[in-house]
Design a protein around this ligand. Structure first.
Ligand SMILES: [Zn+2]
Length: 413
């Protein structure tokens, strides 16, 4: 068992075969959730898992679970999984690498007739990307009870098409109850999507934390008036006030270690060259791995917006509509132990993006395995991870799952 390794070439071929579904000219993937291409990718995953002896279940938000029995099938399973949907200009690895590393683990167990102490589960989560339907991590978030099922099934894309209808149309609206899988641990392998492992020349990132996120809709209400006849001191310029806040977002991020601040969306009204903007709406995104620091960043943003409102004599509304608390990955020691056993270089790291594992951590001890990706590029058709880098991540997943299965069996003796 200690010498067991995944098949690097087969894992690579599997990644490339999946990448053809929705493959783009520039070598990336466009496979949005709930589309015909999503169906093709799901069907392929299901056929691969069935060929390796799994039973398939689909839950009420379309998440797929492939179960491989173990020695004692009353014990909680060790789970792994990620997503097969991509961004419109996505790559072949984001999410897909995690799902197909699971398939490779499954195949290795199957062809070596290995009976694990507990069952093993291989999953695909619906709409992780949040591109066609919002929010991101919709399938896993609904599974763990963060979101209301009916509300999520009723979400529509830009053409008004319901997620629930699309899942039904492609044959993946199941009847299994949410949150009902008997799992004792969950692991997700994923490309880092950032430059740290590559810079530090490490093969594996042992993910300790998922960073916290605070999202805001900010609206500045000033007064539209003529740009040629309104003296500067009489203006209520919503654009000027917004610009001050945008600049402060950067300042807040820079004042705090590991702080990030972004304004990525803005609507200006009336958006006319010779009218002082009367109303500006924009997004704000603050991130930090430490909850107390993220709270301080939040308080600084709110205080600054109040100051701008009074200095500029206009109104600033701050709608803080989403808080994602930093996630601790309690099973990351299993990942570290497997990495060290296999002799891969590694470092502790935190996840900058959201992942399905962040929500699964609500229910079970969870761990994430990061692998390097070229130049840290992701959500881009140029996304790339080498066959050897993928193989290292899948080997760590294999041995992490084996160790966790043994541990769970011992705990239940
Ligand atoms: Zn992903």
């Amino acid at each position: 068992m200690q010498d067991l390794r995944i098949n690097e070439q087969r894992l690579w071929d599997t990644l490339m075969e999946m990448g053809e579904i929705g493959g783009t000219e520039k070598g990336g993937c466009n496979r949005l959730a709930g589309t015909d291409l999503d169906k093709q990718a799901r069907d392929l995953f299901v056929s691969w898992c069935q060929a390796a002896g799994c039973d398939i279940s689909i839950d009420k938000i379309g998440n797929i679970f492939a179960r491989r029995p173990g020695k004692n099938n009353d014990l909680p399973a060790v789970g792994t999984g990620s997503h097969l949907d991509t961004q419109p200009t996505g790559g072949k690895f984001d999410g897909v690498f995690g799902v197909l590393s699971g398939v490779e683990v499954l195949r290795i167990l199957h062809e070596n007739n290995i009976e694990t102490p507990t069952p093993m589960e291989f999953s695909v989560w619906t709409n992780e990307e949040g591109s066609r339907f919002q929010p991101a991590m919709q399938g896993s978030g609904t599974y763990v009870g963060r979101f209301d099922l009916e509300a999520e099934l009723n979400k529509t894309d830009v053409n008004g098409i319901r997620l629930g209808d699309e899942l039904e149309r492609i044959g993946y609206l199941g009847d299994m109850e949410l949150g009902s899988r008997n799992m004792g641990a969950f692991f997700e392998a994923h490309i880092e999507q950032g430059p740290i492992l590559e810079d530090e020349k490490k093969a594996i990132g042992v993910v300790r934390l998922g960073q916290g996120i605070r999202w805001y809709n900010i609206e500045v209400i000033g007064r539209p008036s003529h740009s040629g006849t309104t003296p500067m001191h009489l203006r209520k310029d919503a654009m000027l006030a917004s610009s001050l806040i945008v600049a402060e977002m950067q300042a807040i991020a820079n004042r705090h270690e590991n702080g990030l601040g972004t304004v990525g969306f803005m609507q200006v009204w009336p958006n006319s060259r010779n009218t002082i903007p009367g109303n500006v709406k924009f997004s704000a995104d603050l991130r930090n791995p430490v909850p107390e620091v993220l709270l301080t960043m939040h308080e600084e943003l709110v205080a600054f917006c109040e100051k701008v409102a009074s200095d500029q004599d206009l109104e600033v509304k701050v709608d803080h509509f989403w808080y994602f608390a930093p996630v601790e990955f309690n099973a990351s020691d299993d990942v570290k132990a497997a990495t060290e056993k296999l002799g891969y270089s590694h470092m502790d790291i935190y996840a900058g993006a959201g992942h399905d594992a962040c929500y699964m951590a609500d229910l079970v001890p969870t761990g994430m395995i990061f692998t390097p990706c070229l130049n840290g590029i992701s959500h881009n058709e140029a996304e790339y991870s080498s066959p050897a880098e993928c193989a290292a991540g899948a080997n760590v997943l294999l041995h992490t799952m084996l160790e966790a299965s043994e541990r769970i069996a011992k705990e239940h003796q």
